[in-house]
Design a protein around this ligand. Structure first.
Ligand code: G6Q
Length: 589
């Protein structure tokens, strides 16, 4: 029989003692690394001792309240549901169904203060080189700064550069949308194919899907990312090259997947037209920071849209990387999206920590990750247009905070980035929600819904939103054995039908999904990630794990040619797998 007490125990899963041991190590390392800390570009946070004390205070607090239930908390404070809400830039966050009380929030805010979050936010907005491992500024906030703002990197104001590119994008997008930009044979562009991967793909795809309602429907959009030839072949199947425009999106213009797809696109285009290389200029444009490689590929740099090394790939969807978005929705609506981003930037920079939505969400995720041993966070948008939002957030969160060393290079003393995942509702309810409701793991969830649908038919929207409210209620309050019995359930089935409850969730509600709202929503998560990274004292803006993959595959590609006899120097498993592939490839011709 599942009693309430037993059920809480099994999902609380506190790792307080392990955390305590790690914190001691971290504290000692922090003190000895004190001098090194001065060398970094981060603005000085609290001392190692203050940070240590803030973590320890939360640990003690967790020992006291970690088993308290949402049911009790709601019973104690009838106004909790209304009180624990926060509104910013058209988004309402209801955080009342989290396992926190006022003291928890105070201590979490104290943790952020001790970590120097306020100073770090200023350091980012001021263009300091807070991406210390790449010695780069982190200025996606400059991509949506109004024209009159001044943001300097090495003494140079980057805002005019941003607006120059935005203007160039707007002129180009307008020409493609109106049919003024024509292909080499004078035909109007009907399909735009974005070729990119990772940060040069996930943002554009997500934004295209999210804003489909606002797109020009006589233009089709295709996104090719995977080096698996199937992606390119299926993506271009049936396209007329005379009416197709390729956007080659790559910050470096050296990424193996993107360059392979770009070369295939070039061959496909020349093979299916009269093969005149001069036509390339009308059908290929580049989005990159690397003019040299763009020219080498054969794209006229006049048809190149630039950005800068201070824009990280996963933070680039509102830079020139968003050209496909701008062509789809038009420059005015793209501008509205940027305004939404900017509004949330201002909120993040100016709101007090306790009323700061990205900060609060970041701190709540730290509470579950580091004190409840929660390993994942589910992102559950109840809007079909946001179907790619969880995939987008996977990269934003996990590439940013999937780090095991501190800014000083020491092993972290706490757990860092949880796994983010999800699917749109209500589809997910018919598959993995079972585990969230009745499994043994604690999975904090973000539910995202809208008061108004863009497609009002019948009762669909009420049914959709009723599910949001029902799910968060069931997760928080569950169903006791007594309730199950009272329904006439046979005794042997009662345990199976008990819902422990006490499973936390955030609910995010907004009026309707507009370009502006999308911008604010993305910025909310960007800054939530920043908050987490600052508290964990890690570099959220490098991605050495991605870089490694880029190098390793390049080497092995050359070893797969069966006409050569490479001296394979990998481990015995990798050598064997490569040999098998070479033999099969030779046999298959
Ligand atoms: C993002 C990562 C990574 C990157 C891709 C594509 O933050 O760095 O996902 O966006 O590897 O890189 P390119 O744009 O240089 O092709």
């Amino acid at each position: 029989m599942f009693t309430d007490a037993a059920s809480y125990g099994c999902i609380v899963g506190t790792r307080a003692s392990a955390l305590s041991a790690q914190l001691c190590k971290w504290f000692n390392d922090g003190v000895s690394a004190g001098a090194k800390k001065e060398d970094t570009h981060m603005a000085a946070p609290g001392t190692a001792e203050q940070r240590h004390n803030a973590w320890k205070a939360l640990e003690a607090h967790h020992a006291q309240v970690g088993t308290a239930t949402l049911k009790e908390m709601f019973a104690q404070d009838p106004k909790r549901g209304k009180r624990m809400t926060l509104t910013a830039e058209g988004i309402l966050l209801d955080y009342s169904k989290n396992r926190v009380n006022d003291e928890t929030l105070k201590l979490l805010t104290g943790l952020a203060e001790a970590a120097g979050l306020k100073q770090s936010i200023e350091a980012m907005f001021n263009g300091e080189k807070i991406n210390i491992t790449e010695n780069r500024a982190v200025l996606h906030v400059a991509l949506r700064a109004p024209k009159d703002e001044v943001i300097e990197v090495d003494g140079h104001n980057v805002v005019p550069d941003v607006h120059e590119v935005l203007d160039k994008m707007a002129a180009f997008a307008t020409r493609v949308r109106s049919g003024d930009w024509v292909g080499a044979t004078g035909r109007r562009i009907k399909t735009v194919v974005n070729i990119g991967i990772g940060g040069s793909d996930l943002g554009p795809v997500m934004a295209y899907e999210a804003l489909k309602h606002y797109t020009q429907r006589d233009l089709a959009f295709v996104f090719v990312s995977n080096v698996d030839g199937t992606d390119f072949v299926e993506g271009t199947l049936g396209l007329d090259p005379h009416e197709t425009l390729f956007l080659i999106a790559s910050k470096t213009f050296t990424t193996l997947e993107t360059m392979t797809n770009a070369h295939s696109a070039r061959e496909w285009f020349l093979k299916n037209t009269d093969g005149d290389e001069k036509a390339i200029a009308k059908h290929f444009v580049a989005i990159s920071t690397n003019a040299k490689e763009v020219a080498k590929f054969g794209i006229d740099t006049a048809n190149m849209f630039g950005f800068w090394d201070w824009v990280g790939g996963r933070y680039s969807m509102d830079s020139a990387i968003g050209l496909s978005t701008m062509i789809a929705v038009g420059p005015d609506q793209f501008k509205e999206m940027l305004e939404g981003f900017h509004a949330m930037d201002v909120h993040f920079r100016t709101a007090p920590l306790a009323q700061n939505m990205p900060v609060l969400m970041g701190l709540l995720s730290i509470w579950y990750t580091d004190y409840f041993d929660a390993q994942t966070v589910a992102i559950l948008p109840y809007d079909q247009y946001l179907k790619r939002f969880p995939a987008y957030l996977q990269q934003l969160t996990m590439e940013s905070n999937g780090k095991h060393v501190t800014l000083e290079g020491d092993h972290v003393g706490t757990e860092t980035g949880p796994v983010y995942w999800g699917e749109p509702g209500t589809n997910g309810q018919h598959s993995f929600y079972q585990l969230i409701h009745q499994g043994t793991r604690l999975i904090p969830c973000d539910f995202i819904g809208f008061y108004k649908t863009l497609n009002p038919i019948g009762h669909h929207h009420d049914i959709l939103m009723a599910n949001v409210f029902a799910q968060t209620e069931a997760l928080a309050f569950g169903k006791t054995a007594e309730q199950v019995k009272a329904e006439g359930t046979p005794d042997n089935l009662v345990p199976h039908r008990v819902f422990e409850g006490n499973r936390p969730s955030n609910t995010l509600l907004a009026d309707t999904l507009t370009p502006r709202l999308l911008g604010s929503l993305i910025a909310l998560y960007e800054h939530m990630v920043f908050t987490q990274g600052c508290v964990w004292n890690i570099d959220s803006f490098d991605q050495w794990g991605v870089e490694l993959g880029k190098v390793l595959a390049q080497k092995i590609v050359g070893e797969l040619d069966p006409t050569t006899t490479p001296d394979l120097k990998h481990d015995s498993s990798t050598n064997h797998l490569i040999q098998l592939y070479r033999q099969k490839k030779a046999a298959n011709g």
